[in-house]
Every structure is written in C-alpha cells, then in structure tokens.
Ligand binder design. Structure first.
Ligand SMILES: Cc1ncc(COP(=O)(O)O)c(C=O)c1O
Length: 449
C-alpha cells in the first residue's frame, strides 16, 4: 500500500478497466457485463486511450461536449475561477453568478430572464416540477412516452422510456400522452394533419384530467435518446396555444437539444415559440463541469419575488461550474458553433443519404443540425432491426467494429447515433461516415428479403 497519489496518466488500459469494474458501479448496467473504453485524455473531437489509441467522439460523449474536448479558453477559465472562488454558499451573491446570469438573460430568447442553477439536467427538471406546481397551485404534469428527463425520482417519473419501469410507481400526478408522430407519418397524413390530430387528442386528455389540475406539460423540444425526433411543422405553436388556453405551463427540456445542437441556439426557436420554463445542462458547460439551469419567464420570476421558491442545493449556483459555463457559452458564440452545427448538419444529411442509397440495412435516417441517427432494418419490408427496447447480436458486432476502427458512438437499440461536437469540420465528418459506411456492411449481411 502506498500513500502517494500517482500522477495522472500512469495506468494502462487493463489496469484502469479492472479497477473501475471492481470498485465502481456503472450506470444503467450490470457492472460485471460492461465493456468500458479506457480513456486517458481527449482533445477536439478525439478521445485517446492510454496506449495512444484514438477514437472520433461521434456522440460528444452524452451529446454534451458541444464545443469539443479540452478547449484552452474553458480550461483556463476553470483554473482562474478555482483560484479566485471555487465555492460560495448559495445564499451569497458572487461576481460569476452575476456575470453568468446577465449573459444568459442576453442569450436565452424571449422573457426567460431568471435562472435557478443546479448540477445537471435531472435536478433542473425536479426544480421545474416544483416551480410549475408552486406557481400554478396545480398538481398534475403532462409528459410524452418518447422521452427521457433524468434519473432522479421526479425526473424518471416524467420519463416515458424503459428506464422508468424499474422505479415505478414513482411520483404521483404524472399523465403520459402519445407523441405527435407515433406512426412515423406512415399513414400518409401531412404534417399539418398529424399535428391537428395529436392536439385534438391532447385536448381530450386535458378535459378528462381536469384542466384546473394540470400545472405543466414537459417536452423534449427535439426528442433525444428516444429517437432524435424533431416536432412536426406547427406542433410547437399549436401546443403552446392549446396549453395557454387552459393556463398550463409549457416546459421545454433542452438539456440535450439546447446550446446549438440542432443548428439554433435553442431548439424551440425552430418552432418560433418561447416556453414558460426551459431546462438546460450538458452543452451549457460542454460537460467540463456539472451545471444545470432552470430558466423561468418574467411572470414566474415575479411570482417567486413575492413567494418562497421551495428548492435548494448545497451546490446551487456553484461558482466553479458557473465560471466554466460562462467560458463555454462564450466559445459557442465566438466560434460560431451554432452556425457550424447548421452547416455541418446539411453535410451530415448528404452523407446519410449516400449511405442509405448504398446499404440495404438503412431503414430511415434523420438529423436536425448535428443531432442525428441512422435507424437499421432487418428485412426488405422495412421492419426495425431491433424492436422498442430490444436488442440484436449484430449491434454488438457493429459496436466492436466502430471501436476497432477509431469511432466511438452510442448504439441505441437499432440505431447509430450521430451527434459529434459542434466544432467538427467537413473532413472529420467525412472520416466518420467512411467508418460508419464500412461498418454497415456487417448489418447488410443479416438483412433478409
Ligand atoms: C433531455 C434530457 N433531459 C434530462 C436529462 C438528465 O440530465 P442529467 O443526466 O444531467 O441529470 C438528460 C440526460 O441525458 C436528457 O437527455
């Protein structure tokens, strides 16, 4: 036993993996069955292993390292903030809290000018539940099935996907509804018809649940892990108007789709609306440090000037994390990464089209900015390779191929996630899709006629 802390970078892959698996639990997994990649350092769009292995980070880790890894301006800002004021108790005013809040009020659209700081997305949503209930005096929350809102008790109850199942019954008062496009446009309806049908159905649900009992509806503005699903045209405007009619707040969860991911700073800007509450995390600091935010509209902020906001965290408004956020969002703005996301998103679509034309295994592909996926099929009829929440052995082979050939991404059910850092350039995008192109030969070989 040694009492010296070894310097960073002395462990090889095997030693690192073995110790992590022996003494730490991995999320959403049986720890004995995980196969973690050993990561020693990262820079730009690349991850590096202890023995010099290099992988393209084609998922920005958890769709969160929006500016790319190890940006020197953010590293320096963290160092400077740590040396100046690493922590202050949440009841204090600090310069970094003032500066970040002013910058957010400038950048976040509409009347979302007041911010409650947390340590991540789930906590931002937990506090949004509280704010909505306290502000409206109502209890119920509407949510959609194709959604993920975080792993804490309230946030996982809002979540529609299978990660909710083991923790049920969860928080009372959640009413789950269908998404606007449950049938994937397959019945030949126009987007306008799909929106009208869905909103009519939603209004009926609101009547059955009692409008005066519903505080808010939470949506991922563009659904993330449940399938990268941008809303159909007109949905956001129609939804906002319908909810307003009944005094129900709209909460846009932009934890994943915010901060430039979709080619706009916030995804709700595509629908020309401003929600009553917007939650964020991930791209806010590009995940260099943990920080989440609940942004509230002026009327809600005014309410909490007179009435207590019953929420608190030891790490609320954490100066070190806020220093990181201010630097990271300034990089997004100064380096025009939102614009790059929109431009590279167009290029991503053309690579996907090229790949879809070549590979019989591609069922559909879609992207909005640098938020995309390729979904795979198992037969010429177009049936999904992997049913909802299922698996297929070829997906593990595909994952291994990518890893052996220098690409990291998440393979969710039967999809290949395509969510690189917003700083990616055309050559790097080409390099990534060339690896995907070669990997999909494996899947083609299991597709039946
Ligand atoms: C849309 C959305 N909301 C909330 C969360 C939860 O955020 P966190 O993991 O920071 O608690 C996530 C995480 O992936 C997310 O994608």
């Amino acid at each position: 036993m040694t009492n010296a802390t070894p310097s960073v970078g002395t462990m090889g892959s095997r030693e690192m993996i073995d110790a992590c698996m022996q003494h730490s639990l991995f999320s959403w997994s049986a720890t004995g069955k995980v196969d973690p990649m050993p990561i020693a350092r990262a820079e730009g769009i690349y991850l590096y292993g202890p023995e010099g292995q290099r992988w393209i980070d084609f998922n920005s880790q958890l769709m969160s390292v929006n500016i790319g890894h190890a940006h020197p301006k953010v590293v320096r800002a963290i160092q400077e903030q740590a040396a100046t004021l690493a922590y202050a108790y949440p009841g204090m005013a600090t310069e970094i809290r003032a500066r970040l809040s002013l910058r957010l009020a400038e950048l976040v659209p509409g009347n979302l000018n007041t911010f409650f700081y947390t340590l991540g997305g789930a906590e931002a949503n937990e506090n949004a539940i509280k704010a909505a209930r306290l502000y409206t005096g109502r209890n119920k929350i509407l949510v959609r099935y194709r959604s993920y809102h975080g792993a804490t008790n309230g946030a996982i109850s809002l979540t529609g996907d299978p990660r909710r199942w083991p923790t049920e019954p969860g928080m009372p008062g959640v009413v789950r509804v269908m998404d606007p496009h449950p049938y994937e446009f397959s019945f030949g309806h126009s987007e306008e018809e799909i929106v009208a049908n869905n909103l009519q159905y939603l209004e009926e649900v609101i009547q059955y649940e009692g409008p005066k009992h519903i505080a808010a509806m939470f949506i991922e503005t563009v659904t993330g892990t449940n399938g990268i699903l941008p809303p159909p045209k007109g949905y956001l405007k129609g939804l906002k108007a319908l909810l307003e009619k009944y005094g129900i707040l709209l909460v846009c969860d932009e934890v994943m789709c915010g901060w430039g991911r979709t080619g706009k700073l916030f995804a709700f800007e595509h629908g020309e609306i401003v929600p009553d509450i917007c939650t964020m995390a991930k791209g806010l600091t590009s995940s260099y440090l943990p920080l989440g935010v609940m942004a509230v509209s002026d009327p809600i902020a005014q309410h909490f000037r007179e009435n207590v906001f019953w929420g608190g965290l030891t790490y609320n408004a954490h100066p070190l994390c806020m220093g990181c956020a201010l630097a990271a969002i300034n990089v997004i703005v100064e380096e025009k990464l939102v614009e790059n996301s929109a431009r590279m998103g167009e290029l991503m679509r053309s690579h996907m089209e090229r790949i879809a034309a070549k590979h019989r295994c591609v069922r559909v592909h879609r992207n909005i900015g640098l938020f995309g996926l390729i979904e795979l099929r198992k037969n010429a009829a177009g049936d999904r390779l992997v049913p909802y929440a299922g698996s297929h052995p070829v997906m593990a082979q595909l994952g291994k191929f990518f890893r052996d050939n220098g690409l990291f991404t998440v393979l969710q059910w039967g999809t290949v996630m395509c969510n690189p850092p917003l700083s990616i350039n055309a050559a790097q995008l080409r390099e990534s899709f060339d690896i995907i192109d070669r990997g999909l030969d494996l899947v083609d070989s299991v597709v039946t006629d």
